[in-house]
Design a protein around this ligand. Sequence first.
Ligand SMILES: *[C@@H]1O[C@H](CO)[C@@H](O)[C@H](O)[C@H]1NC(C)=O
Ligand SMILES: *[C@@H]1O[C@H](CO)[C@@H](O)[C@H](O)[C@H]1NC(C)=O
Ligand SMILES: *[C@@H]1O[C@H](CO)[C@@H](O)[C@H](O)[C@H]1NC(C)=O
Length: 535
Amino acid sequence: MATYKHLLLLLLITATCAQLPGRWQTLLESAGIASMHTAVTRFGTVVLLDRTEIGPSNLTFPDRQCGPRHDCTAHSALFDPATNVLRPLTIATDTWCSSGQFLPDGTLLQTGGDMAGIKKMRTFSPCGVDGACDWLELKSISLTTGRWYATNQILPNGTVIIVGGRAAHSVEFYPPSATVPIRDFPFLAATEDPQLDNLYPYVHLLPDGNLFVFANTKSILYDFDSGATLRAYPDLGTGPWTYPSAGSSVMLALNPEDGYSKAVIVICGGTSYGVFFKQDVDFPARTTCGRIVATDPDPSWATEDMPMPRVMGDMVMLPTGETLIINGAMSGSQGFEGANNPCQNPVLYRPNQPDGLRFMTLTPTDVPRMYHSTANLLADGRVLVAGSNPHYFYKFYNVSFPTELRLEAFSPEYLDDDKANIRPTIEMAPDEIRHGAEFDIEVTTELSLVGIVELNLASAPFATHSFSQGQRLVRLEVTPPSMLVEGGGANREPYRYRIGCKAPPNGNVAPPGYYMAFAVNNGVPSVAKWVHLVL
Ligand SMILES: *[C@@H]1O[C@H](CO)[C@@H](O)[C@H](O)[C@H]1NC(C)=O
Ligand SMILES: *[C@@H]1O[C@H](CO)[C@@H](O)[C@H](O)[C@H]1NC(C)=O
Ligand SMILES: *[C@@H]1O[C@H](CO)[C@@H](O)[C@H](O)[C@H]1NC(C)=O
């Protein structure tokens, strides 16, 4: 009888799980390091980066050769999600809680950290996993002030702005500006509270060429050329919303239909003031998201509720324009040993659905992804999930949430087999595009197309601490597909189409750099082609 009941229960659980969309895969049982910073390169390889002052990791160099540090292990690695091959990288000075951004030529720039790394600038000129690329610690230039918990954002002209950091109420630039080596940013002093709560500010480059900067409960429109605050947005309230109490934030897709004039910012989850100080691990996280049209003349925050509370989630812009909210916990705060109740169900946010119908709960993972975990969109449409180490050092035993070395991928419902016949394949697209240029792509599909195919450019952000620095999705203006080859027939030949596209008009809409170009047919994306948007 007991067995029968168990079986019933099991069936029930299985049935319930099977109803939820999306699938999980374990890619590696151990990446050897817990990645707290993660970025996808234009070769499709992924840079995993932890901190160095953490004791030995579980990743050694080949032939037991020693790393640059006394512990002889690696604290960064290059991972290839196509083959699941991993190669250790060498990094010497501490990268703990640092920031980064891809430069216009596809080089990853990483700045700051802790201890000897606090003023460091490092570059990583990427390659495939078989290549020899590795970190380069720059010797001739460094940050003007130490930066730990800063946010970087690439600007329309390809310069990177580096915003804030602990006790750093200022901004500076890469390449370093000769005339403005550093500039005060009083907004960060004004948003600091005793818990700090203004760290890792949410920075979004708006299509009007100014920055939306959010810290604690406040946000402003910031002119990075002059340093002027152009406007203050209404207070989001019931805060704080940034580190160490953070939710996560995205700018929704930019659209040609409104002439790229409209930018909507969404911030989801987080926790209340005091939870971090008290290490109140069971204090329920927030369910609320705030949403504001930052380009409106007189905007206000609208709020909506997620199906479950979440602190330190990660918001990932999917190729479709929907947002995945993934990782994190249902109680507590960021910081070491700060949280409990992992939130193992991702949630899909569908911004164009009516209010009240926007959230969809997705298939849960078995792996808690607590403090120091990351999520990044891959060119094949999957989302790579890495990290989770809520401890000061690596701890694998006798703790509720051991240091997590497994790499997983979440496949949204659009990758389901039953959608394969409408999945477009990009057969032809340019390698390089310029702002405003018209160009053609060619796609094939198994079934003939009904309606428009979108071409959407996704940036490759630097993901850390629940915010993906430089994340954006830009929808391009497209013509209706014109059929080149009629498919079907006895051999089920693919249909082939040509689509006319127009590159983003300027660097405000899309700063220079490498983007993943996804063709999207009826909510189903192709594998992306990397295109280089040049000035
Ligand atoms: C990492 O290495 C430690 C020390 O060798 C070992 O005890 C632990 O099981 C390893 N963890 C994983 C997940 O491989
Ligand atoms: C790019 O913009 C930044 C920010 O305004 C400015 O400091 C820098 O001088 C500009 N670079 C060039 C090459 O114009
Ligand atoms: C875990 O805790 C138990 C009980 O306190 C102890 O016997 C054991 O040695 C600990 N294990 C490790 C790996 O620290």
